[in-house]
Design a protein around this ligand. Sequence first.
Ligand code: C5P
Length: 422
Amino acid sequence: MRAASPPDLSGRHLLLGVTGSIAAYKAAPLVRLFRTAGAEVRVLMTPDAERFVSPLTLGTLSEHEVLTKIFPENEDGAWTKHVTLGEWADLFVVAPATAQTIAKLAHGFCDSMLTATALSARCPLLVCPAMDREMYRHRTTQDNLKRLREIGYDVLPAAHGELASGLEGQGRLPEPETIRDRAATMLADRTAPEEAEPSPRSLAGTHVLVTAGPTQEPFDPVRVLTNRSTGTMGYALAAAAARRGAEVTLVTGPTALEPPAGVDDVVRVETAEEMHEAVQARRDTVGLVLMAAAVADYTPAEPSDSKRKKDAGDLTLRLRRTPDILKTLGEHKHDAQTLVGFALETDDGPDNARRKLSDKNLDWIVLNNPTEEGAGFGPSTNRVTLIGRDGTEEALPLMSKTALADALLDRVTPPSAAVSSP
Ligand code: C5P
């Protein structure tokens, strides 16, 4: 698989706020990643963060003094730095963000250089929580995160995995590369060309269901049949719909991606059958369905309860068809619903796509060819042709999956969704 090239952050001013979590050690590689991408970085720390990582380390990596106190002992006039830094920054990233700092940010406290600068900053803020599982789950933390989103902050959900306490669960700081990429996306979104469409169609009041990623079909307890889908396109669509104010449900097969900001209903599934159940359970309430998942067409007919031994020599698997999730939606489609399918075709693309559009009773089908350079599974770019029920056909240029998600939503959002009440 081709590795995506790192983003270009040349000339960007990034403020990194580090708080007192064990994950503060990841601030060091994060500063390096930002700097390698070309950004200028200034670091602010809360006093507790200094217990986990030294200001000298972050100061050396960023090549700038690290500020902690709003009233430093030895610097005349330094107390106004929260204002100048807030003006200087193109983006303020708080990583890791503890429950304590999240609470302070949500309620306007400004008792350190970090919190005071957050309140002064005019740039977008990205908050990356990291804490123990129960603290993250706690209603107070979740309410504070919700408040931050309402204020307009972007929140990168904590990752799942092993936590410092020894517990397993959600609470880990996402990897520095994930944070860097989210920061790059936020900056790219801010520099959309001046001539770009000024106001994308709103999806406020619309329930949007997006499926993403591959499915995994087990043939014994440890082995699965799957495909190379990474989920990038579906996650980009879910993020774009959330930015437009939709209530988004993301039904996702196994991927390495973090759920996008603003997507509160994330349903994790493994098999096509599980995806089918999750989707059909919501079909009466959703207004727009974007079926970007690469659903397996076949599943082993007789999965074994125990691991199959290789001693028996060659193995023949009998496969049976999985349910066609989108076709079932098409059979139950209601008037106020728009169905969008994705077709991955290597041969006779337009003909096959048009046939699927009609067989599955879709409104739109997005055709892509995985053999084309920069398209299909894996790369962060895609080139598609959008075919409509009304016979329209539009070949879109090669673009990032983030930009493509917006281009697709601009075209498939029904006019009624644009005027529906928030
Ligand atoms: O028929 P084909 O698999 O090419 O159709 C692609 C579209 O149908 C995609 O949107 C895919 O998510 C969806 N699909 C489905 N259930 C299946 C297979 C594909 O919903 N079992």
